[in-house]
Design a protein around this ligand. Structure first.
Ligand code: ADP
Ligand code: ADP
Ligand code: ZN
Length: 208
């Protein structure tokens, strides 16, 4: 597999979980648009303030804002040898912008990996997701619990549930995926870049 990877899948499909391991195996950075937004929110940057209301509602942040933020990240030297993109692109406009951005640097994506799960599985995963405030490691109360309740196995950091983890926001995010992100599956299939993985297996089996 090449080293420029895009991950697709419903919220809760396991993109972040898989991206972390895949990026480590490929020796490239894991670039997650949601994590970049959360950094901006924490630091209360202008971009963070612009994005906050969208994120809390479970809506997509406008394309210009999102694409600019991700482009800036991909331009950093550590992405020169590749990257695992998680959560971006989420609209056709973002996919086109990404393609142009890479083309202008004389490079292209190697693969778009679709992690396939049903909406039911996605909702069950979202409902139990806990995230480390310090290192971003992802846990699940039932499927991937930390060894010690409330503390991250990797760094000892505090685990928290994201403020956009409400049942209402979850349902809305699935709907937004179906309307705005799902068309990317056909887009990448037509480009000959799509590979599908059954995401309803164990974390290790999906990774394999
Ligand atoms: P999840 O892991 O549940 O799929 P993310 O952490 O990727 O969620 O994203 C959290 C929120 O950040 C999204 O609901 C959305 O508001 C915003 N966001 C993340 N990536 C994008 C994107 N590519 N385009 C627009 N908004 C985005
Ligand atoms: P996404 O980034 O696609 O929104 P995450 O990687 O954050 O998804 O995973 C969502 C939740 O599901 C997390 O709590 C994670 O621990 C759990 N999870 C991820 N992959 C699996 C799996 N294969 N089996 C069971 N639970 C999983
Ligand atoms: Zn941690």
């Amino acid at each position: 597999m090449g080293c420029r990877v895009v991950l697709l899948g419903l919220p809760g499909a396991g993109k972040g979980t898989q991206a972390e391991q895949l990026a480590a195996a490929l020796h490239v950075p894991h670039v997650a648009s949601g994590d970049l937004f959360r950094e901006h929110l924490d630091k209360r940057t202008a971009l963070g303030c612009q994005a906050q209301a969208y994120i809390e509602r479970g809506d997509l942040v406008p394309d210009e804002v999102t694409t600019g933020m991700v482009a800036e990240r991909l331009a950093r030297p550590d992405c020169a040898g590749g990257f695992v993109l998680d959560g971006f692109p989420r609209t056709l406009a973002q996919a086109v912008a990404l393609e142009q951005l890479l083309a202008s640097a004389g490079i292209a994506l190697d693969v778009a990996l679709l992690i396939r799960v049903s909406e039911q599985v996605a909702l069950a995963r979202l409902a139990g997701r806990w995230t480390c405030r310090r290192c971003g490691a992802i846990y699940h109360t039932l499927f991937s619990p930390p060894r010690q309740a409330d503390a991250c196995d990797a760094c000892g950091g505090e685990l928290y549930q994201r403020p956009d983890e409400t049942p209402e926001a979850h349902h809305h995010r699935l709907q937004v995926y179906q309307e705005q992100t799902r068309p990317l599956v056909d887009y990448y299939r037509q480009a000959g870049l799509l590979t599908e993985v059954d995401g309803e297996q164990s974390i290790d089996d999906v990774q394999a």
